[in-house]
Design a protein around this ligand. Structure first.
Ligand code: SF4
Length: 538
């Protein structure tokens, strides 16, 4: 399958280095080419590794049911010395089992030995920085930090150690405080399933953050990806808003890279895609827009905050950009305020009117359901808000003789590790199904609105994996084999509801507590208390 993909896709900028006397490594993106090529961590890793003279770095993707081959030289994954997996989404953990098994590489870390030449299996990425434990049986090492701050040192160390036995190499690479070797840590559990202690008790892994510039940028342009033929720039990493549910806002400190946006204007490409959750907070955005626009560039935006709309930008892009995406997140002001988006219904409506005064943009509006303390009134509030937004659209579009496309997209709230909401429970499957059904039927009856939603089942699996521990290896394998979720739940040695449906005590030891990131557990708990007090404060 991968062979076919390589033949039909059209890429500019891929690097094909000669293998002679070089150390071959491969970046494995555990999802399709279409998804993976829009991931800037992959681009960054690819150009950083290929920038090292002694290394040849290729790429491989996951195509269901097929063995993964590298795109550049079409070699099997076992031909490489190191495989670098990068994760931005917990559900991709499931694909690791298929990728390794289909490549003839032992899935379990403990089954890889010194006797055969087996690649070293390494993982990194935002979900892994937050909690690598559910896949810790599959990986030799985890790189806990930004590519820019870690890869050079990691590879220098590997190049010096590579002639040694596999076990010795792993030991040497584990010397970095930001490299997590799961075989060095034993986790003990209590009878009730919670973690009782780490062994050694002072075991820590310190996330290594990059504080400089540039951040990520496209290296390869492809026609066969979500942002086809668009030059992507990571304008921000992290987000100053630090909404208590958001992984990006809590795992990273806020960083900005304006220089790369300006440099993008010099590229021989018309479309520039700006990425980063914190883009709404770039107060120099109007200047940037003017600069790019004067040079004939089209700027594409990520999802924005509805309370920070860059109207100047909308004026500039109105003839070229059709759809705008906003994360409103909750239907009621009470919940919006608690999750860090304190904007009233009136302000939302007034801001949407201003948008429609500029042009008849299509709007994609994201909401979450199942937030802590959510009541039926909060779900009804999503519907009421959708109704008001539809009303504004009809009023503004009628004189123009057309109707904007309005999409209401619903996702179940999934509590994430390393965020203030890591102590909360997820809403149960039946309740989420019912709320989704209710919203779908009400919104469909209104007409002129499109209703879409995330899969409830996959959100539940995502929730298990997000705050899971290393006892979940069995579950990940079964999911990879395509077993039915209910069957897995029955067969699993641990009750899967344990990971999802529990409120945690303040002092519970979490499986990821040995990771030292940008926010301490104490700091996160304070933010959680603020969240709770805002919920109560009607
Ligand atoms: S504004 Fe968006 S990206 Fe920023 S912390 Fe909140 S949810 Fe995350």
């Amino acid at each position: 399958m991968i062979r076919k993909v390589r033949e039909v896709i059209n890429e500019k900028g891929f690097i094909k280095k000669n293998w002679r006397n070089r150390v071959p490594v491969c970046i494995v993106y555990p999802d399709s080419y279409f998804v993976g090529m829009s991931n800037l961590a992959l681009h960054l890793l690819y150009c950083t590794l290929n920038g090292i003279e002694d290394i040849v770095c290729e790429r491989a993707f996951f195509e269901k049911g097929s063995e993964s081959f590298s795109l550049e030289s079409k070699r099997t994954l076992s031909s490489f010395e190191i495989l670098f997996f990068t994760f931005s989404y917990e559900l991709n953990y499931i694909n690791v089992a298929s990728i390794l098994k289909n490549s003839g590489i032992p899935l379990l870390r403990k089954e890889r030995n010194d006797k055969e030449p087996i690649p070293i299996i390494v993982a990194g990425g935002i979900t892994v920085i937050a909690n690598p434990e559910p896949i810790s049986d599959f990986f030799d090492l985890f790189i806990m930090g930004d590519v820019e701050a870690t890869i050079h040192e990691f590879m220098d160390s590997y190049l010096q150690a590579r002639e040694k036995a596999r076990g010795k190499i792993l030991e040497e690479l584990s010397k970095f405080p930001w490299v997590y070797n799961p075989s060095f840590l034993k986790i003990n559990y209590r009878d009730d399933g919670k973690v009782s202690s780490f062994e050694p008790s002072d075991f820590k892994v310190k996330v290594n953050y990059y504080r400089g510039e540039p951040l990520g940028r496209s290296v390869i342009l492809s026609t066969d990806t979500e942002f086809a033929n668009m030059y992507l720039v990571e304008g921000t990493r992290g987000c100053p808003s630090r909404c208590p549910f958001c992984l990006m806002g809590n795992v990273y400190d806020f960083r900005v890279d304006e220089k790369s946006i300006y440099e993008a204007a010099e590229k021989n490409i018309d479309d520039i895609g700006l990425l980063g959750g914190g883009v709404s907070f770039l107060n120099t955005l109007p200047r940037i827009i003017g600069y790019l626009s004067d040079r004939g560039k089209n700027l594409h935006l990520p999802s924005l905050r509805i309370d920070k709309i860059p109207y100047e930008l909308l004026e500039v892009i109105k003839d070229r950009v059709k759809t705008l995406t906003f994360g409103i997140e909750a239907g009621s002001f009470r919940l919006r305020r608690a999750i860090g988006k304190p904007i009233s219904d009136e302000e939302i409506i007034s801001n949407i009117e201003k948008i429609f005064n500029i042009a008849g943009f299509n709007l994609k509006l994201y909401f979450m359901i199942g937030l802590p303390d959510e009541k039926m009134e909060d779900i009804e509030a999503i519907f009421e808000l959708a109704k008001k937004i539809r009303h504004v659209a009809v009023k503004k579009m009628a004189p123009r003789g057309f109707m904007s496309r309005l999409t209401i997209h619903i996702s179940p709230f999934v509590p994430k590790p390393g965020t203030p909401l890591q102590w909360t429970r997820m809403d149960n499957l039946d309740s989420l199904e019912e709320k989704t059904k209710w919203l779908r039927s009400k919104i469909k009856k209104l007409g002129s609105l499109i209703f879409t939603h995330e899969s409830i089942k996959y959100s539940f699996i995502q929730a298990i994996l997000a705050r899971g521990d290393r006892r979940l290896g069995f579950v990940v394998q079964k999911l990879a084999e395509g077993d039915n979720l209910r069957k897995i739940m029955l067969e699993s040695p641990v009750n899967l509801g344990f990971y999802v449906y529990r409120e945690r005590e303040r002092d519970e030891i979490f499986p990821w507590d040995f990771i030292e990131g940008t926010r301490s557990k104490e700091d996160l708990y304070k933010a959680f208390e603020i969240f709770l007090s805002k919920l109560k404060n009607e």
